[in-house]
Design a binder for this molecule. Structure first.
Ligand code: NAG
Ligand code: NAG
Ligand code: NAG
Ligand code: NAG
Ligand code: NAG
Ligand code: NAG
Length: 691
């Protein structure tokens, strides 16, 4: 009996042993080693540690990559500077709690972890976060001796910190590879500049390349607001022990994402993995535009992305060298129109929507309010500007800047208030001007009201006249003729934009502003002088849509007002060019989400339901409730746009035709079309069931 038990015991042990070796290991202890050709795989199979040779290089490096992503993507390299020349690499943990990488051929150590902490039974383990850790087997969670997250390469993974550990002396900083064949540190790096007011900075060599602007409690001053989202959250911590930023995935999110310093473009790029296309998709890249390039406009100037020229002196400042400035060399920046006079008393002018200046020469206090902050700045003749530190809850804290104000830009849809010191005489001037402006506006408004009253009186008289002429039984053809011949009058109700204003707003129809290509031509994103964001549909000359169709769309859409229909702001026509100006929809169109696995996850059940109901309400309005009873005839996902709250808005009425009230059953072909579009809506529903 005992024999049998012992036998069973041995067999079980043996099976367990075999099993352990037939599945991949995730750890090494001091008696074991890993040679070139073998790998460690994290417990859930997310990451893999092993030897690799990058690009065309024949040298061997120890690195970590995604196990299940067919595009080999290295996220960390141990011996970046010191490759192994052959395939004799050997990784082990020595009895001094050091991770050691050897070339067994030459018997030289090419890399070691230099762990300062020692333990009696160390174990090296690859975690599912992509972190390689050396820990004390006998000391649970706290026994961390060393981790690869403390030695970032070019990639930031969720859960990794970039910044400083002041106690342990870590400077967690990303550095790009030299080239795709050489992972040794290139000259593009990114970390946190630990000044009084810390911010994220990217350097090229020793020169600043990009800065994020200081943290304002919600985000970095220079970045556009990160909206709450189901995928990740972002934290910035600054105290006596640590200064860092970190991003983490929400627990329900399964998105695979990484930030990487790209050695060819010198951009920090954020990629997500798309299962369907099996590619990395670029989500965000900084610098976002040329205004993000550090100090483009020199001192005391403002960079305005869609202005021409992009650099403009701050109000009450003038170019230091007008000659160079006019040649578009802005590096010398701007100087004051009128020098400060600290003794006689200066004042401040408030600027808004800015990325705050370089915080290298600044002073901060977390407890002061804005009034105390102003007094503090006034009390020091070299203080040039002040602002709140934290913009939450009406603002708190105080930052003072000394010397020239560097690297300011206008942040579209964001930015902060900054109070800049001025000679006392400059301030009165501005207030006086503001008062004059108000007076001028008031006169204009009164004029406008009087003018409108007169015009509308005339128009209503005209309308009454034409109504008398129109027969009560209008057919579709009649309507067409009506719009072709008598359209002029209706056009008057619609704002007409100048071609030059639209060209300016879209950066001269720059490729960067292009949102996509519709059936009738390209669509551009733009920003009018007053800051309003627009989408411009530029009708191509060779498209089927002629002048009459153009007018159809203009007149139709302008008559239809519903919150699930895209709003037409106006049109623009110059010679052959015809353009429609719509409100801009920040979240693009529905197809962008539902046909993309990664983005599709952003649409949960309630959002999808909301979108479907919105489309239905929009259609109901078109079909029944609107004065003009319209069938869209080309309703598809790419024609359903989404606003910033993901509310659907139906667009593109270019093909819409009047559906005359007493002809509802008349044209069968049209009714059939109607049916297929309804089926289309069900396909959105089936999308939901797949989730
Ligand atoms: C690899 O070769 C280079 C150049 O020949 C040499 O300097 C280096 O020490 C070698 N490395 C190892 C680990 O043998
Ligand atoms: C490590 O092991 C070597 C022999 O393998 C031994 O000579 C050395 O004393 C050990 N070091 C420690 C710290 O135990
Ligand atoms: C390392 O090299 C020695 C001698 O060159 C050899 O005996 C040993 O098997 C090698 N170790 C491994 C793990 O390949
Ligand atoms: C470990 O120490 C050696 C010698 O002091 C140094 O060359 C090497 O870069 C250090 N390794 C790490 C990972 O810090
Ligand atoms: C760097 O960026 C370019 C352009 O976005 C891209 O084509 C390239 O693949 C990127 N390189 C790496 C290593 O990600
Ligand atoms: C003004 O501020 C600067 C920078 O913080 C400081 O060096 C200088 O001593 C201050 N001067 C006065 C008069 O407080």
């Amino acid at each position: 009996m005992d024999m049998i038990l012992a036998f069973v015991f041995i067999i079980t042990k043996l099976l367990l042993f075999l099993f352990k070796f037939s599945t991949a290991l995730d750890s090494i202890s001091p008696s074991e080693f890993m040679i070139d050709g073998k790998t460690l795989v994290s417990e859930k199979g997310t990451f893999e540690l092993g030897f690799f040779s990058p690009g065309i290089s024949k040298k061997s490096y120890l690195g970590i990559w995604y196990k299940n992503i067919p595009v080999r993507t290295i996220v960390w390299v141990a011996n970046r500077r010191n490759p192994i020349n052959d395939s004799s690499g050997l990784l082990k943990v020595d009895n001094c709690s050091d991770i050691v990488l050897l070339s067994n051929n030459t018997n030289t150590v090419v890399w070691s972890s230099n762990s300062t902490k020692k333990a009696s039974s160390p174990i090296l383990q690859l975690l599912d976060s992509g972190n390689l850790v050396l820990r004390d087997k006998n000391d649970g969670r706290s026994g961390l001796l060393w981790q690869s997250f403390d030695y970032p390469c070019d990639t930031m993974l969720p859960g990794m910190k970039i910044g400083w550990d002041l106690r342990a002396g870590f400077d967690w900083r990303l550095s790009s590879w030299k080239s795709s064949d050489d992972p040794s540190p290139g000259d593009f790096t990114m970390g946190i500049e630990r000044e009084s007011n810390p911010e994220v900075v990217a350097w090229k060599g020793s020169k600043k390349h990009y800065r994020s602007g200081p943290w304002n409690g919600v985000g970095f001053s220079g970045s556009t607001e990160v909206k709450p989202n189901p995928v990740f959250y972002f934290t910035f911590v600054s105290n006596n022990i640590e200064v860092y930023y970190i991003f983490n995935l929400k627990s329900e999110s399964t998105v695979i994402t990484r930030l990487v310093l790209n050695h060819t473009t010198s951009d920090r790029q954020c990629y997500t993995w798309n299962e369907e296309t099996q590619t990395w998709v670029l989500q965000v890249s900084v610098p976002r535009d040329h205004c993000d390039n550090y100090g483009l406009c020199g001192a005391n100037a403002n960079c305005i992305f869609n202005a021409i020229p992009v650099c403009q002196c701050l109000e009450k400042f003038k170019p230091k060298s007008p000659e160079e400035w006019n040649k578009m060399d802005w590096s010398q920046g701007c100087v004051r129109n009128k020098e400060l006079d600290c003794q006689k008393g200066d004042g401040f002018i408030k600027f808004d929507g800015l990325k705050l200046p370089d915080a290298t020469h600044s002073w901060v206090n977390k407890d002061m309010n804005l009034k105390e902050c102003k007094a503090k700045c006034l009390g020091n003749c070299s203080c040039m500007a002040y602002s709140n530190l934290d913009i939450r809850g009406g603002g708190s804290g105080c930052a003072n800047w000394f010397g020239d104000l560097m690297d300011i830009r206008l942040v579209p849809g964001g930015g902060q208030e900054l109070y800049i010191r001025m000679h006392a005489s400059e301030i009165g001037d501005r207030e006086a001007k503001a008062n004059m402006k108000i007076a001028a506006i008031a006169t204009a408004v009164v004029g406008l009201i009087l003018g409108t009253l007169t015009i509308s009186y005339h128009v209503s008289k005209e309308k009454a006249k034409s109504a008398e002429n129109t027969s009560s039984e209008r057919t579709e053809n009649d309507w067409k003729n009506d719009t072709n011949n008598g359209g002029q009058k209706e056009d008057m109700e619609l704002p007409l934009f100048a071609f030059s204003a639209i060209a300016d707003a879209t950066n001269n129809f720059s490729v960067n502003n292009k949102l996509g290509e519709g059936g009738f031509g390209p669509v551009y994103r733009g920003k009018l002088e007053d800051g309003l964001e627009i989408a411009v549909k530029r009708l191509s000359r060779c498209s089927g849509q002629g002048f009459s169709e153009f007018k159809n769309e203009v007149i139709l859409i302008n008559k239809l007002q519903h919150r699930n229909l895209v709003k037409l702001l106006g049109c623009c026509s110059q010679r052959e060019e015809k353009m429609l100006i719509y409100e801009y929809m920040p979240n693009r169109s529905l197809d962008f989400f539902i046909f993309d696995e990664t983005k599709g996850r952003l649409l949960d059940w309630s959002r999808r339901f909301n979108i479907i109901s919105g489309i239905a309400r929009g259609l109901l309005y078109l079909h029944q409730d609107s004065r003009l009873r319209i069938i869209h005839r080309d309703l598809k996902a790419s024609n359903v746009l989404l606003d910033d709250h993901m509310n659907p808005k139906i667009s593109d009425f270019g093909l819409a035709r009047m559906f005359v009230a007493d002809q509802t059953e008349g044209d069968t072909s049209r009714v059939r079309l109607h049916g297929t579009r309804i089926r289309y809506r069900w396909s959105i529903l089936s999308e939901i069931r797949c989730l």
